[in-house]
Structures are given as C-alpha cells and as structure tokens.
Write a protein that binds this ligand. Structure first.
Ligand SMILES: CCCCCCCCCCCCCCCCCC(=O)SCCNC(=O)CCNC(=O)[C@H](O)C(C)(C)COP(=O)(O)OP(=O)(O)OC[C@H]1O[C@@H](n2cnc3c(N)ncnc32)[C@H](O)[C@@H]1OP(=O)(O)O
Ligand SMILES: Cc1cc2nc3c(=O)[nH]c(=O)nc-3n(C[C@H](O)[C@H](O)[C@H](O)COP(=O)(O)OP(=O)(O)OC[C@H]3O[C@@H](n4cnc5c(N)ncnc54)[C@H](O)[C@@H]3O)c2cc1C
Length: 672
C-alpha cells in the first residue's frame, strides 16, 4: 500500500495513447477546421497560454469546487477584473474576448457587462449616446447589466410593470417599481457588482403607455459603491449552478433620470414629451436575439466538453468482462456505452455547423438592419428562437446522459460533469423559455405555410413548405441508401413538412368550427411545439450535411465527419421513430434499415472516438475534470483532488469534538 501516492504520472495513460495511435485522420487538421483556420487556432493557443500562465486560474478551480458562495463570487470578480484588464492591455477585439470566454468556460461575475450591457448600448443607443456611455462602458469606467425580467414577468414582456413616466417640467423620467411583482428579479451581475443598469420599463407620457423601452439608471455611487437614494438592490440567493454570478433584485422608488438616459435609437421622446418611433416595433428586442444566437454556440461548447470527458474516461476505465479469457475491457468497448456517448459526440459536430451557419446569417442580417433594412428580421427571430431552444434542450439532456455514463465517479464534482449540467441548465430558460420560443417559431411557420397554400413563393429556412407532398417518395430504397446524407436530410424535411401541415390543418379546422383563435391555438399547443421541434431538427441536420459537403479537407477528415453526420441523422430518426412513421417520411422497412445502420455506425466511430474529442482541443483547466484530462490519469487526478478538500484538512474533524465524541461517550456510559 505504501506506493499509493497522489502524484500524477508524467506519461499519458497507455490506454488513451493506444486510442490516439489508431486514429484514422489528422487531429490537428480537424482542430483547425473547428476553430476556423490555423491562424485562429494559434491565436487561441496564445491566449490560453497567457491566461493559464497565471497561477490564479488554477487556484480558481479550487475555490469553485470548495469555496463558500461568497468566496466563489469574490474569486469570480477577481477573475473578471483580471480578464478586463488584460483586454484593455492587449487591445483584444470582440472576437478575441469571445475566445477568452470560451477558454474560461465559466460564468464570470461581471459577465453581463460584456454579454448584454455593451451589446444593448450598441444596438439601442443613438450615436451621441454611444459616444458617451459605450465609451465609458468599454473603458470599464461604468459596469452595467441588463435588467428586464421582473418577479412577476419574464416571458411576457408586454406585462412588465416597471414604469418610466416622463415629466416634461423637469425633462426627466421617473423610474418606479409600483408593486412587489414589478421588482426586477434575475438580472446577472445586478445584486452586488454593477453600478449601472439598463432597465427595461413601460414608457408613460401624459398617462398613455408606449410599450417597453430601455433606460440607463445609475444604481451605486461611483466613489464608494454604496446604493444610491431610491434604489434597493441585492442578490436573489443561491442557485442550482452559476453561483459565481450575483443575479439580483432591484426596486426603484421614483428615481429620477435625465431624458437623455432613455436609449433612443429606435424610439424618441422629445423634450416637450412627443413620442416618435423608428423601425419595427420589436427593434428594442435586438439584444435578446443576439444572445439566442450565442446560446447555440454555448450549447456546442457544453456538449463537446461533456463528450470529451465521457469518451476519454471511457477509454481508461476498465470494468467487467466481455471475453471471459481476456482482461477487463475499456468500458468504451460496450455497445451500450457507445450508444450513451456517441450521440453527444455527433451532436457536438452538428451544433458546431448549425451554430456557425446561424451566426453567419445573424451577421448578414445585422449588417442589413444597421443599414435600415429590416426584411430579414422575422426570419432571423424565428430561426434563432427555434435553434436556441433546440440546441439548449438537446445539449443539456445529452450531457446528463454522459454524466450517468461515467458511473459513480460522474457524480463527483471533480468529474466536472455535474457542474457542467447545472451551469448549462439555464440555457433552457434564459433569453426566452424554450417552449415559448418554440411557439414563436411555430407561429411563423404557420403563417408561412398558409402563404405557401395560397401560392406564395417562399424563401429562407421555410422555403420547403411550398413543396408538393404528393411527389414525396422515401429516398431510402435499400440499406445502402441509408448512408446517403441527402436522402436522410430529405426524410427530415418531409417529416417536418407533414408535422407542420397536420397541425396547421387542425388549427384551421378548429377555427372553422367557430372556436376562437386563442382557444384553437391553445388546444394545439403541444403539436405546435412538436412542429417547431421537427423544423429545428431538419435545419440542424441540413446545416450539418451542407457544412460537411462544403468542407475543403483531407479525405480521412471528410470521411469521419460524414460518418458522424450519418450517425446523427440516423440516431434522430431512431429516437423519434414514432414521428417519422406517423408522418410517413419512412416506412417500417426503412426504419429497420436506419436502426441497423445506427448500430453499425457505433462500431465505425469507435476507433476515432478519442481523436474526435481531442480535436476540440480543450485545455485541462478549461475542462476542469479529473475524468476528462488529456493524459487520461483519471484515478491519480481523482485522488489528487481530495488534497484540496477542506474536509481533509485535519485528521480529526472539529465536529468530532463538538458532537460525535460526547455522543460516543454518552453511549458508552449508557446501561441500555
Ligand atoms: C462549457 C461552457 C460553460 C458552461 C456555461 C454554459 C452557459 C450557461 C448559460 C448561462 C446564461 C448566460 C447569460 C445569459 C443572460 C440571460 C439574460 C436574459 O435572460 S435577459 C431576458 C430575456 N428575456 C426574454 O428573452 C423574454 C422572452 N420573451 C420575449 O422575447 C417576448 O415576450 C416574446 C417574443 C415571447 C413575445 O413578444 P411580444 O412582444 O408579446 O410579441 P408577440 O408574441 O405578440 O409577437 C408580435 C410579433 O413580434 C414578433 N417578434 C417577437 N420578438 C421579435 C424579435 N426579437 N424580433 C423580431 N420580431 C419579433 C413576432 O414574431 C410577432 O410577429 P408577427 O406574428 O406579428 O408577424
Ligand atoms: C440563470 C438566469 C440568468 C438570467 N439572467 C437574466 C438577466 O441577466 N436579465 C434579465 O432580464 N433576465 C434574466 N433572467 C430571466 C430569464 O430571462 C427568464 O427567467 C426567462 O425569460 C423565462 O421567463 P419566466 O421566468 O417568466 O418564465 P415563465 O414564463 O414564468 O415560465 C414558466 C412556465 O410557463 C410557461 N409559459 C409561459 N408563457 C407561456 C406561453 N405564452 N405559452 C406557453 N407556455 C408558457 C413556460 O413554458 C414555462 O413552462 C435569467 C434567468 C436565469 C435562470
């Protein structure tokens, strides 16, 4: 026993090395594809080195794992300020800063300043306002957050109760929280960190309401960070995850702000109280759309991190017997283990391509919007609403399956998976709760479908709704056809078409039976969400297929990605076989072939599994997992992690002297 130590061996675990040696493709080539080219990979590496050469980033992991909530928050403020200073010092671009956040893989206490406050100023302020506040925000002379959600309303923005009443006498807005349910509740970085907030409130002029608008409100003194008169602000309490962030509450008691503190790019209030709008009524929702697009990328990061941990661990963990004559196999050999983890691996690549395509569309549409052309806005709103919901839902569910696939050790914080699931879980809720956002997409699809029925030529992501369903014949005629990516994509498209068609007809039928529209819609909500999900699944498969088809890469890389793409599509059909059969996108024969293919693809992916996750190139500090580290020395790292556990600081815990010792003494003295 004396040779058991917690030191980490210098060499790579031979079981993991064996996996790397048999990869069929060049991992570095795939890494460059993932990060958008060799230069970008190099830049990422340089940033990683810069950050992780500071021992603080390693120490931070311990505070995160073992510190109290307050210590964790403080360390996260320190981390935020370090990163902000580095940003200024190195004049990082937005893209470089995004890369740093990806490398950090953690919610920063001051995260909202960059993720929402600055983007909101960029999108909602006039040029004059930007030259003042955006400059201050970018120089970190003010720290801000985005305060929209209230205790009573997060989803239904028209129901927000916070008021901004214009006073033409003083040319000020009076910001007020009239009821308990009107208090702002949830905004990140609000409780303790921010000195300013962009408060979304209902504008009132001469007693008339003009909808939700953004107002810049100072919350804390710039001298001593004390809360200003009329403001009550604090932290809302510990959460399931993301506890480095001080999500907060805010009550405003008739706080007066100058007229110019209303962000007036999309709507203006003149000094004498005249209201004028510019652009579409939803222009003030712009910041939310940006984050929805970013959530798709986050979902990729979440599921690819989970897959990395699960696959590396499964390659070094040996358990039970397959061949009774042989040694215990790696758990990755079990088909059931592959079936738990490879969907997450394939999903990672699917979401990589889908989020890339969505980001490109967003950037193109944003450039048009900046020029005053809003024609792409409805399509973009609905596409981002659907994909945000789809990617968050699937990634969170898949990472939980991967956590379970790591057995008991997966339950330890040191595995990194529980923290990942809990940190990622709010993606389902933030920026529009998923069901609600699926329904935004469903509403758009129904309208487009009705347009197609009345002979309109459709474009964009819903153009397929003009198809003539009578011409559809399942493109899979034999088992070998199942490997045809275009055929699989067609199956998804037709299933989506039929799901949309069925619910559209049902809603129409219900309305024609004299049901009020809202009743007919509510009666069909489950199927409307189903249609939005089917559409989103189709888009993701299509983006994956088109992404792989468009790649300029070596034959082995293309081959392995095509295999993953085929598996992703086949797995989805097998998982949701009821839907595919019901829509007659496939028949029973085709379903059987596709299911067979799905299982045989597990074996084809198996030899490349480790290389496919190595290609994500996550640093050990980023992954923060004893099970998923690059060297595969999982047991040594698990044992090492116990050294930092405050529970192990003393040989005898103080609770022994306080409680256990007197209890034992009493028991020993007792005659019973
Ligand atoms: C490994 C990685 C490390 C791990 C970490 C992982 C990451 C963890 C994640 C942690 C979180 C990260 C920080 C996130 C911060 C969250 C911040 C928030 O939540 S901030 C708070 C976020 N809060 C939310 O997101 C609130 C959600 N709610 C809403 O957005 C709205 O209330 C609504 C959209 C649901 C309805 O709006 P309403 O006004 O009632 O409108 P109607 O329904 O009556 O529709 C009328 C028409 O408008 C149209 N339209 C609508 N929107 C848009 C748009 N954007 N554009 C264009 N059009 C739009 C619509 O299509 C319709 O068109 P038509 O049919 O007439 O043609
Ligand atoms: C970690 C975290 C960080 C956040 N950060 C911020 C922030 O920085 N700033 C900010 O302003 N907000 C923030 N929020 C708030 C967040 O944006 C809201 O919680 C979110 O928009 C959902 O709204 P809700 O909480 O009102 O959910 P609810 O709408 O109350 O949802 C509850 C249930 O009702 C259902 N439901 C509601 N409306 C409908 C409908 N029309 N049709 C069908 N079903 C419906 C939903 O599907 C859900 O099942 C944050 C939240 C979290 C959890």
């Amino acid at each position: 026993m004396s040779e058991i130590t917690s030191s980490i061996p210098l060499q790579i675990n031979p079981d993991l090395q064996e996996e790397r040696d048999k990869a069929s493709f060049n991992v570095t080539e795939l890494t460059h594809i993932i990060y958008g080219g060799i230069e970008k990979t190099k830049k990422r590496k340089r940033l990683e080195k810069l950050l992780f050469s500071d021992p603080f980033f390693q120490e931070y992991q311990n505070v995160r794992a073992f510190g109290s909530r307050s210590e964790y928050y403080a360390a996260s403020v320190k981390k935020s300020t370090k990163i902000f200073k580095l940003r200024r010092q190195h004049k990082w671009t937005d893209e470089e800063y995004e890369t740093v956040l990806d490398i950090c893989h953690d919610d920063l206490a001051l995260t909202l300043h960059h993720t929402m406050f600055i983007p909101a100023l960029e999108r909602l302020a006039t040029e004059d306002q930007k030259s003042k506040w955006l400059t201050l925000a970018k120089q970190y002379k003010i720290i801000g957050t985005y305060a929209q959600t209230e205790l009573g309303h997060g989803t239904y923005l028209q129901g927000l109760e916070t008021t901004a009443t214009y006073d033409p006498q003083t040319r000020e807005f009076v910001m007020n929280t009239p009821t308990l349910s009107a208090m702002k509740w949830w905004p990140g970085s609000l409780g303790k960190s921010s000195n300013h907030a962009l408060v979304l409130a209902t504008l009132i002029i001469s007693g008339k309401k003009y909808g939700m608008h953004p107002f810049l409100v100072q919350l804390r003194s710039m001298d001593d960070h004390k809360v200003l008169p009329g403001v009550r602000v604090g932290d809302i309490g510990a959460k399931m995850g993301g506890n480095s962030v001080d999500n907060g509450y805010l009550i405003l008691d008739n706080v007066r702000i100058p007229r110019n503190n209303m962000l007036m790019k999309n709507a203006q209030v003149s000094p004498d109280g005249k209201f004028v709008t510019r652009g579409p009524s939803k222009a003030n929702y712009a910041t939310m759309m940006l984050i929805r697009v970013q959530i798709c990328t986050m979902a990729y990061q979440v599921v690819s991190s989970g897959a990395t941990i699960g696959i590396r661990y499964s390659a070094v963990r040996r358990q039970s017997k397959l061949d009774p004559q042989d040694r215990e196999p790696k758990i990755l050999e079990y088909q059931t283990q592959q079936y738990k983890i490879f969907p997450g691996l394939a999903m990672s690549y699917a979401f990589l391509f889908a989020s890339r395509s969505l980001t490109r569309k967003y950037e193109e549409a944003f450039a048009e919007i900046q020029r005053g052309d809003f024609k792409s806005l409805p399509e973009l709103h609905c596409l981002s609403s659907g994909l945000k919901s789809f990617c968050s839902e699937h990634s969170v569910r898949q990472v939980e399956i991967i956590r379970q696939s790591c057995g008991g050790h997966g339950y330890l914080n040191a595995a990194g998976l529980g923290m990942l699931v809990n940190a990622a879980a709010p993606m389902i809720t933030v920026e529009g709760e998923n069901t609600v956002m699926y329904l935004q997409l469903a509403r758009y699809i129904l309208k487009r479908f009705a347009g197609a029925m009345s002979g309109q030529q459709l474009d964009g992501s819903t153009s397929y709704l003009s198809m003539d369903p009578a011409t559809y014949v399942c493109p899979v005629m034999s088992e070998t056809d199942c490997r045809n990516l275009t055929a699989l994509c067609d199956i998804y498209r037709y299933r989506s078409y039929m799901t949309v068609c069925r619910v559209a007809r049902q809603v129409q039928h219900d309305m024609e039976s004299d049901m009020p529209q809202h009743v007919a819609i509510n009666k069909n909500l489950v199927d409307l969400v189903r249609a939005a999900k089917a559409h989103s699944y189709y888009i993701v498969v299509k983006d994956f297929v088109e992404g792989v088809d468009a790649l300029v890469a070596s034959a082995p890389v293309i081959k392995v990605l095509r295999t993953l793409c085929c598996f992703y599509a086949a797995h989805g059909i097998a998982e949701y076989s009821g839907d595919f059969l019901e829509s007659e996108a496939v028949g029973l024969h085709q379903l059987k072939w596709i299911k067979n293919l799905q299982v045989s693809l597990l074996g084809e992916i198996r030899p490349d599994a480790v290389a496919l996750v190595d290609a994500f190139d996550y640093h050990d500090i980023t992954l923060s997992s004893a099970l998923g580290c690059y060297d595969g020395n999982a047991y040594e790292r698990l044992f090492k992690s116990t050294e930092n556990d405050p529970m192990n600081k003393e040989e005898v815990h103080p609770s022994y002297y306080q409680y256990l010792k007197p209890f034992m003494e009493e028991m020993n003295k007792s005659k019973l």
